[in-house]
Design a protein around this ligand. Sequence first.
Ligand code: UD2
Ligand code: MN
Length: 354
Amino acid sequence: MKQPLLPVSAVTSALPGASLQKACKFLVVFCSLHLSVTMLYYLSGADSSIFQYFSINQQQQTPTAIYSTYSTPLTTTIAKELPDCPESSPLLRGPVTVNFNVQVNITEDIKANPHVTEGGHYKPSDCKALQKVAIIIPFRNRDSHLKYWLHYMHPILQKQQLDYGVYIINQDGDNTFNRAKLMNIGYAESLKEYDYDCFVFSDVDIVITNDRNLYRCYNQPRHISAAMDKFGFGLPYAQYFGGVSALSKEHFRKINGFPNKYWGWGGEDDDIYNRIVAKGMSISRPDTVTGKCQMIKHNRDEKNDANPKRFDLISKTRESMEKDGINSLSYKVVKTEKFPLYVKITVDVGIPSR
Ligand code: UD2
Ligand code: MN
């Protein structure tokens, strides 16, 4: 016959003697301790393996879409958010050797800048650039200068960890040149392509010789070419704003962009300076060591003679700036060509009104 199963308490009470009772209690406590330790161990092991299962599965998901059990597609971006680029790029070294007497070759420069994408765009792959910068170059018939600009500037701009694009705004035809209007057009056209927040306006014949001279925007409009070789690495006069400058979208809007009415050489840079001051802003500049730059020596181009009206125009900036600028800009795009290291937008700027 089988023994009936009795509860532990019943067994213990049935056993004779106090020591036996103690031994049994000890056994019960020991067993429950053992049981709970085993349970804990098991659960923690199970937890981590479940966790591992989910994480592996998540990694294997395609980043396009994850579907919930209710057939509603949940588009989840698993692509990593890049960290912001540092305030000061670790790739900068300072002085850069520039020599306009050595031969440069565009095919080699294209190969040397494999991360610049068609149309002359670049952005760092390992961090999020602090600013999106459109570099705007007023242009006509200066290919011999442009190749040096591309050769020296693309490597520097990449080291500066900028998200940038290069826009060559080419004046069509052979009427009088209009530098400031071309720069206004560059502002308008670049914004159609990308949400730029900073605009660097540069002559095609100037390169910086210190990579710490950043092609980006600051709190105040920036005069980048602050120490030109042709002016003995200084300024020809305190208000000088020619060469290379950087204005944020906000700065540019505040001054109604640049004047459209300066035909021929000179004065437009002083008008831009007057606009900045008229709107209560001031000029920021790098120091004279960081601000060093070189200009390719050249003669004055045809159809860019000194503008005889410039002194009269400069004296009236405060009145004219409200109606002449980005709010009165009119032009026609003739052609847009994307090259590996830049985009060239050929435009009809019209002729001077009488
Ligand atoms: C000075 C200023 C420049 C501007 C100009 C007066 C410096 C370093 N620069 O330049 O910023 O204020 O005086 O307008 O002082 N360009 C062409 N094709 C032409 C004519 C001009 O591409 O046929 C472009 C080109 O980008 C050139 C820029 O306009 O670099 C300025 O013209 P410039 O180089 O003939 O005048 P420059 O050196 O006296
Ligand atoms: Mn020049």
